[in-house]
Design a protein around this ligand. Structure first.
Ligand SMILES: Cc1ncc(COP(=O)(O)O)c(C=O)c1O
Length: 489
């Protein structure tokens, strides 16, 4: 075979079993690097998954998963019966940027600017579509059909309103719809002037961080908490103060003790991420009183509040705020689908100007056509109907997951169905390490997240986080069967 020699070089790479990155990802990254650097030429045949697995001393499923990712990303192509080949049609600019003469787009360079962000690689693994990765959604046939229809309609009416620069906050029509929705469903106090359409939670966080920035500004985060909030703050050089979370949510008294002059508090009060607890009313009032007196800001990430399956919902923290200290952020990327990239922030009047300026300097305004489709979807009542249908679907998936976990893994895990959200937390028994299970599971084609990774200072609890929203009911039990095999190992 033409490239046997280059393969010999590749076979030399080793799997680091102590590394955090799962085995399949290490194989994928090694192969991708070999392709990008030209070590592996276009159209070269890859060894069979069986051969490579033996060669590396890993499971065949890990190699299959690595190949699948290369195929999905277009680095390789499969010919039925003939095997897997390096793609022969990598586009020109790709070759020019990544070819042998110029250095490959430096992974190391990227990593260097994010020094100290240990789980950066893990963040990139978010694109893994296998069960039970977090934050996935389903869209049923009705929503898909409506989306096509409304997109076509928006394109047909394509005109001046879509062509130019607009209000950086987004269109007035969409801001009005978002306002009505939040007032009705989350008791948020707002006027369209305070609503800023964003690309989702992540952009809202980025804007807030820019607005809050200043030397030696300290902020609280939840411990454990949402890693993308922490990473965004760390990347911006903020002084982060982790505050422990218990069954009543973030410990406000402890936060005040540790960082009484904090500039801002980043929290998920309705459904703490990852633990799923709600911030108690006593703590809500304590936190609001602190913000009023100290002049601190509260950033309320109200993600996934649309999906409530039981129990008494607590309205938003923002709705209790008399002093204008809460910045409320929400996302349509969960209520609809993550690829949409739309969300919103409700900004206290005194911050609107700074917030809108930061947004304008970042990317001016949201995309006009996406906004038009979502505005029609909301105004014509489809959004509320979609939420109702998805809530029922996700409830069924949640129940199927709880049943399968209890049946197959009840002796290893303690599982309680969450009242809200898109993932559940299964606590490990008998000292089992969630990180070990996370690695073994990936080799069996199952993505689970180890909760202990999300702790910063508080004593870590070992638990598995499994997203249930993105996976049709009938796929859940077979995937738990694969997870059970990972446990056997
Ligand atoms: C705590 C939390 N907030 C917000 C989001 C949504 O983020 P985005 O709107 O950027 O997709 C997620 C998604 O995983 C989340 O877990």
């Amino acid at each position: 075979m033409k490239s046997r020699q280059s393969w010999a070089q590749l076979y030399a790479f080793e799997i680091d079993r102590a590394a955090d990155a799962p085995v399949f990802r290490q194989i994928y990254l090694a192969l991708r690097l070999a392709i990008l650097s030209g070590t592996l030429r276009p159209a070269t045949k890859l060894p069979s998954t069986r051969e490579l697995a033996v060669q590396l001393g890993v499971s065949r499923s890990a190699v299959v998963a690595a190949f699948e990712q290369l195929l999905a990303e277009g680095y390789a192509s499969g010919r039925k019966g003939a095997g897997t080949f390096i793609a022969s049609d990598l586009p020109e600019p790709f070759a020019a940027i990544h070819g042998r003469k110029s250095r490959p787009a430096s992974v190391a360079g990227t990593a260097a600017s994010f020094r100290g962000i240990d789980d950066f690689v893990d963040v990139t693994a978010q694109s893994d579509e296998r069960p039970f990765n977090l934050g996935r959604t389903l869209v049923d046939a009705r929503t898909a059909e409506l989306w096509r229809k409304l997109s076509a309609r928006s394109l047909r009416s394509f005109g001046r309103q879509h062509l130019g620069y607009g209000d950086p906050r987004g269109t007035l029509e969409l801001r009005k719809s978002v306002c009505e929705y939040l007032q009705a469903s989350r008791a948020v106090r707002c006027e369209p002037e305070q609503v800023v359409i964003t690309a989702g939670t992540q952009q809202a966080l980025d804007i807030i961080i820019r607005v809050m920035q200043g030397p030696d500004k300290e902020v609280w985060i939840e411990d454990p908490g949402y890693s993308l909030t922490r990473l965004a703050l760390v990347a911006a050089g903020a002084k982060v103060c982790p505050v422990p979370v218990d069954q009543h949510g973030v410990n406000v008294t402890e936060g005040i003790r540790r960082a009484p002059k904090a500039r801002a508090v980043f929290i998920t009060p309705s459904h703490q991420f990852p633990k799923g607890v709600a911030l108690s009313m006593a703590r809500r009032l304590e936190l609001l009183a602190w913000a009023r007196e100290s002049g601190g800001w509260i950033v309320e990430d109200d993600y996934a509040s649309e999906f409530r399956y039981g129990g008494r919902p607590l309205a938003s923290l923002q709705g209790l705020d008399e002093a204008g200290r809460v910045i409320y952020i929400g996302t349509l990327n969960k209520a609809l689908f993550p690829g949409l990239r739309l969300g919103y922030a409700v900004v206290p009047p005194s911050l609107v100007r700074a917030f809108v300026t930061a947004r304008y300097l970042m990317d001016r305004q949201p995309s006009s056509l996406c906004q038009a489709v979502v505005t029609a979807f909301m105004a014509e009542g489809h959004f509320a109907a979609h939420i109702r249908r998805m809530r029922e679907m996700y409830r069924g998936q949640r129940d199927a997951l709880v049943t399968a976990l209890r049946r197959r893994l009840g002796e290893h895990l303690t599982v309680d169905p969450p009242d809200q959200g898109m993932h559940l937390v299964a606590y490990t028994r008998r000292g089992l390490s969630d990180v070990t299970i996370e690695r073994a599971a990936r080799d069996h084609g199952v993505v689970i997240r180890a909760m202990s990774r999300l702790y910063v200072e508080a004593p870590a609890q070992s638990a598995l986080m499994l997203g249930f929203s993105g996976y049709p009911r009938q796929t859940i039990a077979p995937a738990i069967g694969r997870l059970a095999r990972a446990f056997e190992r």
